[in-house]
Design a protein around this ligand. Structure first.
Ligand SMILES: [Zn+2]
Length: 306
């Protein structure tokens, strides 16, 4: 475990001192609750925003919190008109997070992406758990972690099996899809494999091997077969089939060697906005809708949310 990483909830605090006025401390203390304490590490004197999580005060820098414009933090500091709201010294933002989770989140935010490039696999796993717990407060952390982790898989610096185990545990389908695409590429660029036994060099469990083979078969079928037809059939209600055909040729027809993710995104582009009528039923019939993800070909359709 990295020495910088918060690991002890009892030593990371110190009694509250001057930076937050005593009147504010009084207002934060309800009934017999103990007075808030300031975090020993993430209470920067020159910080410009204060958070209270489970009795612990954190004073941070908005700049570090708002690098992702869509994050909860960025929204928190922006008023309804989209203008950055002034936060006075006395305003303290209350959070529902546990203090240790928020402290770990601070660590991840201030550690930046550099750490992800060199840390051990176990640290990546730890960060995934953290990013999952703080996915409401800092949704971009999950994405940042997965991008960095995938890059290290691609370089061969860490194993795809460990990443798959963690991605399965946290139900990160998109991450799994990217890893299976990487495995697919590994097979395609390696020596020919003529038997199922030949796949054993990938050292996958039977379930993962089956998912890989299924995904490869479906992707191949869709992009090299189902989208190879020159003409798309008109449906009865279509009044401008030339436009449908032009869209088909431009976005959907297989005539290059783009990798599947790019191709899928291109096909989905054809479904955006006022897409030509005939494409929707045709693409639906081969299993592609605006919601289709690459992971669906390997893992099956996502579970339906009730
Ligand atoms: Zn049409």
């Amino acid at each position: 475990m990295d020495p910088e990483q918060p690991s002890d909830t009892t030593t990371g605090m110190s009694p509250i001192s001057s930076p937050v006025p005593s009147s504010v401390i009084e207002s934060l203390t309800k009934n017999d609750e103990p007075a808030p304490v300031q975090d020993a590490k993430y209470f920067f004197e020159d910080g410009d925003c204060v958070f209270l999580a489970s009795g612990v005060l954190f004073k941070l820098h908005k700049f570090n919190l708002c690098r992702d414009r869509n994050s909860m933090f960025a929204n928190m500091f922006t008023d309804a008109g989209g203008v950055a709201a002034a936060q006075t010294e006395q305003e303290v933002i209350r959070l529902d997070d546990a203090a240790e989770d928020f402290r770990a989140l601070c660590w991840a935010i201030y550690a930046t992406g550099e750490y992800i490039k060199t840390c051990a696999e176990g640290e990546l796993e730890y960060m995934m758990g953290l990013a999952d717990r703080c996915s409401t407060s800092a949704p971009s952390l999950l994405q940042m972690l997965e991008v960095g982790w995938f890059e290290r898989i691609h370089q061969g610096a860490v194993t795809y099996n460990h990443a798959l185990t963690v991605a399965e545990f946290y139900d990160r389908r998109e991450f799994q899809g990217k890893i299976y695409l990487e495995l697919r590429e590994k097979l395609r660029s390696g020596p020919p494999i003529a038997t199922l036994h030949g796949l054993s060099k990938l050292d996958l469990t039977h379930q993962r091997r089956d998912r890989l083979v299924l995904g490869m078969a479906l992707l191949s079928n869709i992009f090299n077969h189902a989208t190879s037809s020159e003409h798309i059939l008109p449906i009865e209600a279509c009044a401008n089939h030339q436009q449908c055909q032009a869209h088909w040729n431009r976005y959907c027809r297989s005539n290059d060697n783009d990798e599947p993710l790019k191709r899928l995104n291109r096909v989905k582009d054809a479904l955006q906005g006022s897409s030509p009528l005939c494409l929707v039923p045709h693409l639906t019939s081969i299993g592609i809708t605006a919601h289709t993800q690459v992971a669906d070909f390997f893992l099956g359709p996502p579970p339906v949310e009730l």
